[in-house]
Ligand binder design. Structure first.
Ligand code: SAM
Length: 371
């Protein structure tokens, strides 16, 4: 039977940012696997066509459960963002001791399902971890399994692909030998036309006081092309609840200029937090800093509060119709952990073009056969 879409398995799926980009690019995501129940609730709510599996991917036997879930469907692409702790090579810090490396869950899935391609996302530090040994080990492992692995010299910058955020991440993209070598897509944006924080979230109501209400309405029309697109298909605003800060915290934040941080505070103010990212205020005319999992060190460029879940989701390129489930702490974790869907979409589209391009040569159309 001809299939019109390629199937994807998403390991360490979280709430499904990585999956979302693949779905938008025209893939069929069969299954998302994670051990975080709240993240999977969000995943299922937003990806109604996909199944989910709550499982600990450090367990080798989980591959059987995955197989039961996907049944006899072929897996064309395995994607996965194993958490970076997975590379900490626990115990002796011996580079050869990879028993606890969570990325091995991706290795096992690729071995079992023999996909045409795989995509692994990780933090930028993976490139230099153990002097690059971990990066090379990942490449060698998959090359030995019959894949041509492409990695960029430098991490990809999300802002280069239209995401209003300076997030840097490494991607390993392998295609099965016989399917050529994947080339990373060229950036769609340059620093001159990066999408700014204001262009991303400037239309969202201030919510300076906590209302405790999860659903809200827009108070203005979209004010930028980005907002126009990223409102998605919803008329109500979800996950846009402001955090309450003490008067003292608000007073400290009020003294940080746009784009500034603790170094811009007068002496004696905000002394409790002095590390790199402390008291960082976004700049309205620049992309945001990397959205974290809710550390409460980053502040709105205009309001004296941390961004809401919805504002961070916008800065991560989630559309407003993507609703986050769980407590606010869990929602922030899901948003901060995610691969920006727009960055994922750019990679997924290029991978789809690549695989389809090769497939077209492998199976010539019937009417091109000359008798
Ligand atoms: C960086 S996040 C992945 C985000 C996801 N790719 C996205 O785009 O939304 C890593 C995920 O790994 C999950 N995780 C960590 N250890 C795990 C384990 N042992 N088994 C299954 N999932 C695990 C976490 O719950 C988290 O959702």
């Amino acid at each position: 039977m001809e299939r019109d879409k390629m199937n994807v398995l998403d390991l360490f799926s979280g709430c499904g940012g990585f999956s979302q980009g693949f779905i938008d690019a025209g893939f069929n995501v069969l299954l998302g696997v994670d051990h975080d129940q709240a993240a999977l609730k969000t995943y299922k709510y937003n990806h109604k066509e996909s199944d989910v599996l709550e499982a600990d991917l450090s367990q080798e036997s989980i591959i059987e459960e995955i197989e039961n879930k996907v049944k006899s469907n072929p897996i064309d692409v395995v994607i996965g963002g194993p958490p970076c702790q997975g590379f900490s090579l626990t115990g002796s810090r011996d580079i050869n001791d990879t028993r606890n490396s969570l990325y091995l869950a991706v290795v096992r899935a690729v071995k079992r399902f023999q996909p045409k391609a795989f995509v692994i996302e990780n933090v930028q530090g993976i490139a230099t971890l153990y002097n690059g040994t971990v990066k090379q080990r990942i490449i060698n492992t998959f090359e030995d399994m019959g894949y041509n692995v492409s990695v960029t010299d430098k991490p990809l910058l999300a802002a280069d692909y239209g995401v209003p955020q300076m997030r840097k991440r490494m991607f390993f993209i392998g295609v099965k030998k016989g399917y050529g070598t994947f080339e990373f897509p060229k950036p769609t944006h340059t620093p001159e036309n990066y999408v700014t924080s204001e262009q991303a979230i400037g239309d969202l109501p201030s919510r300076v006081e906590e209302l405790g209400e999860e659903i809200d309405s827009y108070s203005s029309v979209p004010l930028s092309p980005y907002q126009e697109v990223f409102r998605g298909t919803t008329d109500v605003l979800h996950n846009h609840v402001a955090s309450k800060h003490t008067d003292k915290v608000k007073w400290v934040i009020s003294q940080v200029p746009e784009g500034g941080n603790h170094k811009d505070l007068p002496q004696g103010v905000g002394e409790s937090r002095k590390f790199n990212e402390a008291w960082t205020r976004y700049h309205s005319k620049k992309p945001s800093k990397t959205i974290d999992t809710g550390h409460r060190n980053h502040f709105h460029y205009k309001y004296n509060r941390v961004p809401t879940v919805r504002e961070n989701a916008r800065l991560q390129s989630f559309k407003d119709d993507f609703v986050f489930k769980g407590t606010r702490t869990q929602q922030n974790r899901q948003v901060g952990n995610a691969v920006p869907p727009l960055l994922s979409f750019n990679l997924a589209s290029a991978l789809k073009d690549h695989l389809e391009g090769v497939a077209a040569f492998k199976t010539p159309p019937k009417d091109s056969v000359v008798n």
